[in-house]
Design a protein around this ligand. Sequence first.
Ligand code: THU
Length: 134
Amino acid sequence: MPEPIDLIAAARDVRENAYVPYSNFQVGAALRAGDGRVFAGCNVENVAYPEGTCAEAGAIAAMVAGGQTSLTEIAVIADSPVPVTPCGGCRQKIFEFARPNATITMATTDGLKTTMAVADLLPGAFVQAQMDRA
Ligand code: THU
């Protein structure tokens, strides 16, 4: 069986393609989908600033386009002094597809990294049940 693809390496590679003329802050993300395939994304900014998308959103969009709707692991990398943590919106996006024991690894290009459970990243996540009437 082939070695599983290293998510940090995949995130590091895709980060090089980030389109960041406004922040100049490149971010890469890579995730392992439920079927084992790896999908990657980078941040894509826009002159209309709020239209920019995060690396995590790109990786998730690629996964769904690839026919997968669950993830077991995700990694994010940036050239930051400490491992970059996903923004609030991306936490909710990741949570949508994360399997119960899914993990997130946040890394710096200098080699620092920290891993935690996706569930711990978004306490009080908005969930479908909140739309149920009593
Ligand atoms: N960004 C990401 O892509 N992911 C993160 O986890 C943090 C922030 C991007 C959004 C924007 O293009 C740039 O980093 C600065 O906020």
